[in-house]
Design a protein. Structure first.
Lengths: 116, 110
């Protein structure tokens, strides 16, 4: 079974530019999550999708961040315009719909975003 | 606000030298406590979920335990390949978001 995949693995952009990160969850997983870790800090929650619906977006830092999950499959996270403080590693995770194990989240390798 | 504190920040062990990592948590209505392993440049790898005080889980040289205030990850006779950062996280109530600690960086020397 393929794990969570993320693209790109690394992105370097200038302040003010736009970047779009992509996440493909484990096949069949209805729950999809975005997290990020900025330098020296803990991994922080951004938002949670159930299928194509945003279940919880309480961790989104501001309106420069837009997440979508069209069709309930892959998800994109767009940062527009990017600021220096957006630099960090963005992780995607997914969990399945089965109630017993739906809290167990499986993470992708992350996208390292560097804003210069 | 949920809080997760891990100690020590870093731990160096000789191969075969058993030890424990600590995760203290403050959360209202704990739903689950999770242990992950993270290797450099990779995403967190799921290890265990613990749901209630007194619960224990084991996997190879690792054993996780849970009380009402903390969790321990016991490493028995570690090998160099166990070197990694070990992360603890909690979820609360019906919310699925995880709150992470800062991790313990474990180095096992041959």
């Amino acid at each position: 079974e393929a794990g969570v995949t993320q693209f790109p693995s690394h992105s370097v952009i200038e302040k003010g530019q736009t970047v779009t990160l992509r996440c493909d969850p484990i096949s069949g997983h209805d729950n999809l999550y975005w997290y990020r870790r900025v330098m020296g800090k803990e991994i922080k929650f951004l938002l949670h999708f159930v299928k194509e619906s945003k279940q919880d977006e309480s961790g989104m830092p501001n309106n420069r961040f837009l997440a979508e999950r069209t069709g309930g499959t892959y998800s994109t996270l767009k940062v527009q315009p990017a600021e220096l403080e957006d630099s960090g590693v963005y992780f995607c995770a997914s969990s399945n719909r089965d109630r017993a194990s739906s809290y167990e989240q499986y993470f992708g390798p992350g996208t390292r975003l560097t804003v210069t | 606000e949920d809080q997760v504190t891990q100690s020590p920040e870093a731990l160096r062990l000789q191969e075969g030298e058993s030890s424990s990592l600590n995760c203290s948590y403050t959360v209202s209505g704990l739903r689950g406590l999770f242990w992950y392993r993270q290797d450099p440049g990779k995403g967190p790898e799921f290890l265990f979920t613990l749901y209630s005080a007194g619960e224990e889980k084991e996997k190879e040289r690792l054993k996780a335990t849970l009380t009402k205030k903390e969790s321990f990850l016991h490493i028995t006779a570690p090998k160099p390949e166990d070197s990694a950062t070990y992360l603890c996280a909690v979820s609360r109530g019906s919310a699925r978001q995880l709150t992470f600690g800062s991790g313990t960086q474990l180095t096992v020397l041959p």
